[in-house]
Ligand binder design. Structure first.
Ligand code: SF4
Length: 252
């Protein structure tokens, strides 16, 4: 994914940190004027509580920026990472929307950032612990074979990208599944219990899928939509192969 998308998110993270600091100061300063009349220690206590909260938020944002810049996993705590990904990301997306950045660009940025965070973990899993999760729109609309639920039914005729994806999964011994929506995707994940997922989808589905699946490491690969959304979509096989080479060991 292109670097400018990542830079956009770094810019938003920095702007968000500035907004949080300013907001925290106002939140402390305005009531402090009244609190001091109740007891002179109250503004200090209030300041400490607010300062700790601000430290978490700005510290989390700062660690994200550093992780992005260095390519290393700087999150010492899984819980902190979870809070940042689950709660701070949506807030940043909202700030981006407020300043007029379009949703797809923001979501592409989120996916690029997530992929970098996953890469920073330097993870390698055996093929039997990995899952390739695809949207049904990659299958040729006119294909008569129902592959949802069982991709091995595909006879690899080559008319759509399921062919290449299925061949790559078979060659490496990786589980592959097609989901018609978020609910089915979650069901597949619960049943198959992978340790790593390569997910192909559009910006919206990848963003929600990555957040829902956390802390499971998911690398998101965007599909291409030359025929419009949700219809005969495509994938760049080289992108998929590169991810598999990077994360999957050669034996089970
Ligand atoms: S490659 Fe598989 S899924 Fe795609 S059209 Fe051919 S048989 Fe159908």
């Amino acid at each position: 994914m292109a670097k400018p998308r990542k830079r956009l998110f770094i810019g938003l993270l920095t702007a968000s940190s500035a907004v949080v600091l300013l907001f925290a100061f106002l939140l402390w300063w305005v009531p402090s004027v009244g609190l001091v009349n109740i007891h002179p220690v109250l503004p200090v206590l209030f300041g400490i509580i607010l300062g700790l909260l601000t430290f978490f938020v700005v510290g989390g944002l700062g660690m994200l920026v550093l992780t992005l810049l260095t390519g290393r996993d700087l999150f010492l705590s899984q819980r902190l990472r979870k809070l940042v990904i689950r709660y701070l990301f949506p807030g940043i997306i909202s700030i981006g929307r407020l300043v007029g950045i379009d949703r797809d660009t923001l979501q592409q940025s989120f996916i690029a950032l997530n992929n970098q965070l996953v890469r920073a973990k330097k993870l390698r899993v055996s093929p039997d612990k990995a899952l390739i999760l695809l949207p049904h729109c990659i299958q040729l609309f006119d294909c008569d074979i129902k592959i949802t639920g069982d991709v091995s039914r595909c006879i690899q005729c080559g008319k759509c990208d399921i062919s290449g994806l299925s061949a790559a999964a078979n060659k490496r011994g990786i589980d592959i599944a097609v989901a018609t929506g978020g609910t089915l995707a979650r069901k597949i994940i619960v049943e198959r219990r992978p340790r790593f997922i390569l997910a192909v989808a559009c910006e919206r589905d990848l963003t929600s899928g990555i957040r829902d699946s956390y802390p499971l490491p998911v690398i998101g690969v965007l599909n291409h939509r030359p025929n419009g959304p949700c219809f005969n979509t495509h994938i760049v096989m080289d992108e998929v192969e590169k991810v598999l080479d990077e994360f999957i060991t050669s034996e089970s």
